[in-house]
Ligand binder design. Structure first.
Ligand code: SAH
Ligand code: SF4
Length: 402
């Protein structure tokens, strides 16, 4: 494990950065610099290619841009990313970066967000944040206890991918990427870090457009999953305007318990939430919704609840993702016993659902359900087999995120 290495990059905060900007924002920036309207689209395309496809961190690398324009860009802008305050690398290859964002004004010291990369044999998943903190207060979630909350800009969301690609050398033409014959190390993105993505919908949507643009970060929409605690009025818009995979943090099968665990349920109850799911644009057996279910000992982990879960989801193309509870100091819950998780998973599986247990990855740097350590590998292999059995491997199963 490589604990807390300082990998600070040179940061020039006196000029705005172009890294992470949407096409419209980049167009505005170039216009402000005097680029004329006629060549704007072409210039934005060139810069996008260098920044997102090639991973340029200096304007001087942009060899097909005229010298005069490069100098002018240098004069007005930077390609600075958020500063990496620390990088931790787990024995299993999971990496966690703590990023410090530039201050937004006198009262903002520069918030910190976490980005996690989880490599697996068939994919590499990056877990990104959509907000600093979260205004919701799910009782089992540590993020919900943080006081400081603000929405991330689209560029701050995109920059999380850039920082990870920088660190992994994951750009076209870079040796690390080429080892995998052109496949990107980061193939999947999950919005399961800090924050409620659908409370920052426009910025998340704009960031997804940069991620999926074929001249941008070139990721597939089907490999991007947005997880929500149930902001019902925005679910349809997510499908229509971002067209990504959807994950729902369900965690309970009745309103009384979900009111307690996910207080947003008092506003949008289970029925409203599942109705929105049934109407999710593009939903089909090939594009299932993932229902996340955190396993809390003695709270929501009985077999009666497994039965209720299966009943509740009937008719919805779904996958169920059981998440061992990850305890944090002061949390009032305990992770379910392994046998119970297994029995729950078996029931759900026998009812026809793929039900991988999200295995704690990077436990040495992330702290997860400690008691599961030796059992986890077995379960992981089993979950994989189950996925293969049901030919669902392609379906964006989200593993290993705490
Ligand atoms: N706000 C969004 C996305 C971020 S949380 C949401 O709630 O869906 C990503 C997932 O981690 C959610 O399913 C969330 O319920 C789960 N989670 C939060 N705290 C957890 C903990 N301590 N242990 C296990 N899972 C947790
Ligand atoms: Fe945590 Fe998600 Fe609930 Fe926010 S909505 S408190 S991030 S689980």
């Amino acid at each position: 494990m490589n604990q807390g290495t300082e990998v600070n990059t040179a940061t020039d905060l006196t000029k705005p950065s172009l890294a992470g900007l949407t096409r419209a924002q980049m167009g505005d920036a170039l216009t402000s610099m005097g680029v004329d309207a006629k060549s704007l689209k072409m210039r934005v395309g060139q810069l996008w290619h260098w920044i997102y496809v090639r991973g340029a961190i200096n304007f001087s690398d942009m060899t097909n841009v005229s010298k005069a324009l490069r100098e002018s860009l240098e004069h007005h802008f930077t390609l600075t990313r958020p500063t990496i305050s620390s990088e931790q690398i787990s024995k299993d290859g999971t990496r966690k970066w703590l990023l410090r964002l530039p201050s937004k004004g006198a009262y903002d010291k520069g918030a910190e967000i976490e980005v996690v990369y989880i490599p697996e044999s068939d994919r590499g998943t990056l877990c990104v944040s959509s907000q600093v903190g979260c205004t919701l207060t799910c009782t089992f979630c540590h993020t919900g206890t943080q006081k400081l909350v603000r929405n991330l800009e689209p560029s701050e969301i995109v920059a999380q991918v850039l920082v990870a690609r920088d660190a992994l050398g994951d750009y076209q033409g870079r040796p690390e990427t080429d080892k995998r014959e052109g496949a990107r190390l980061i193939s999947n993105i999950v919005f399961m870090g800090m924050g409620e993505p659908l409370y920052n919908f426009e910025n998340v949507r704009d960031a997804i457009h940069v991620m999926t643009d074929q001249e941008g970060l070139q990721l597939s929409r089907r490999k991007i999953t947005v997880s929500t605690s149930g902001v019902v009025p925005q679910i349809e818009a997510l499908g229509l305007e971002a067209n990504t995979m959807l994950a729902i943090s369900l965690h309970a099968t009745n309103d009384a318990l979900r009111d307690e665990l996910v207080p947003l349920n008092r506003k949008y109850n289970i029925k409203m939430l599942l109705d929105a799911c049934r109407n999710y644009p593009g939903l089909s057996n090939a594009r299932r919704i993932t229902f996340e279910y955190v396993m809390l000992k003695g709270v929501n982990d009985s077999l009666a609840e497994a039965r209720a879960l299966v009943r509740l989801l009937s008719g919805i193309p779904a996958k169920i993702n059981l998440i061992p509870f990850n305890p944090w100091p002061g949390s009032k819950y305990v992770c379910s016993e392994w046998d119970q998780i297994e029995a729950f998973s078996d029931y759900v599986f026998s009812a026809g659902y793929s039900s991988p247990v999200r295995t704690p990855r990077g436990r040495d740097i992330l702290a997860a359900c400690g008691q599961l350590k030796s059992e986890t590998e077995k379960m992981r292999a089993r979950a994989r087999l189950m996925l293969e059995d049901t030919a669902l491997l392609e379906q964006n199963s989200v593993n290993g995120l705490d």
